[in-house]
Design a protein around this ligand. Structure first.
Ligand code: UFG
Length: 338
């Protein structure tokens, strides 16, 4: 079984990807410093997969410690999820974001190089498209970012493009995620934000469970179906599978730079998500129309034909499944993963 290092493997997308890698016959090795996740996630992953999972409590900013992982294991590839991801915080603390996200990436690449590990998947984001001129968004659209978090994603994409030019034996895949929501059907792992959630789905589930009084809908005067923001929500299990399919592809081909959008290709408005969740919980959800949130765009959804044609990436879950599994996770973990 090929070893795949998953940095940030205890996090939301990372943990679901660890399970997918196992299903696809890879051996995941988690590297996480648990700065935004719980070590309990590892036990839960072991419970779901019914096997031991190797895990190193390491900060990717520590190059020497990271190097040890590669010395102790023959590493076929790396999926690099680890990084800070709060847009608002990045505006207030840009250096924290540049330092952590860029140094981690530089260390990962250098350590891979020194240990002859040549396949890297980077966790990028639809945020690199900024406010697109039209939708759906294709991979060759112009790139533009509006906040330091997004800029770290774009800078890393550029760094990796330069790196593969200079190192043709090194393969990189840039996966641009749209809006991942949902959770594993066991309810043991899911999105577990610290404090008051920034993102829509954990906010809604916390309203549903009574931890928050109501949802603020950020604007109802956008040029969209009902005036509220439209996003491409994708089930985290579909997204996770996209990583395994990408690794398989990297084993088959010689191209050394792959870029894919991972979404569903379909947009849903904030109110459509709320109404879908109302079907799941069986009652109305209290929401209030609030001002637009600074930096938000009206509409963002992907064209995913490239991932479908080249990877066979086809989503299996609909919005109802996403809401249902998010709610299941919230109910089973009213206070998060503790
Ligand atoms: N929204 C609300 N109320 C809330 C939270 C969100 O109305 O309490 C709305 C937003 O205005 C937006 C939609 O719900 O229209 C989705 O918002 P999220 O914060 O869940 O997601 P974003 O699309 O703003 O951002 C996400 C990730 C970013 C990433 C970006 C890329 O959180 O990390 O997608 O597209 F950069």
């Amino acid at each position: 079984m090929k070893n795949v290092v998953v940095t940030g493997g205890a996090g939301y997308i990372g943990s679901h990807t660890v399970l997918s890698l196992i299903e696809y016959g890879y051996n995941p090795i988690i590297v996480d410093n648990f700065s935004n996740s719980s070590p309990k996630v590892i036990e839960r992953l072991e419970k779901i997969s019914n096997r031991d999972i190797k895990c190193y409590n390491i900060d990717c900013c520590n190059k020497d410690e990271l190097d040890k992982v590669f010395k102790e294991n023959d590493v076929f590839g790396v999926i690099h999820f680890a990084g800070y991801k709060a847009v608002g915080e990045s505006v207030k603390l840009p250096l924290k974001y540049y330092e952590n996200n860029l140094i981690s990436l530089l260390n990962v690449v250098e350590v891979m190089h020194n240990n002859n590990s040549n396949n890297l998947i980077f966790s990028s984001s639809a945020t690199v498209y900024g406010d697109p001129a039209s939708v759906p968004i294709y991979e060759d659209f112009p790139l533009h970012v509006t906040n330091p978090y997004g800029r770290t994603k774009l800078m890393i994409e550029e760094i990796l493009k330069d790196y593969v030019k200079a190192n043709p034996d090194f393969k990189v895949a840039l996966l641009r995620y749209f809006n991942p929501i949902g959770a594993h059907e066991s309810g043991l792992i899911g999105e577990d934000p610290n404090g008051i959630p920034n993102n829509l789905m954990p906010y809604i589930t916390q309203v549903c469970i009574g931890k928050l009084d109501h949802l603020n809908v950020f604007g109802d005067d956008y040029d969209t179906i009902d005036g509220t923001g439209v996003r491409d929500y994708v089930h985290v299990l579909d997204l996770a599978r996209g990583h395994s399919l990408t690794l398989k592809k990297m084993e088959e081909i010689n191209d050394n730079l792959l870029i894919y959008n991972l979404g569903t290709g379909k947009g849903s408005s904030v109110l459509e998500v709320v109404h879908e969740m109302e079907k799941v919980v069986g009652h109305k959800i209290h929401y209030v129309i609030a001002n637009r949130r600074a930096g938000d765009i009206a509409t963002c959804y992907a064209n995913c034909d490239k991932a479908y044609k080249e990877l066979g990436f086809k989503t299996q879950y609909n919005l109802y499944d996403m809401c249902q599994s998010s709610w299941n996770f919230q109910q089973k973990n009213p206070n998060g993963i503790r």
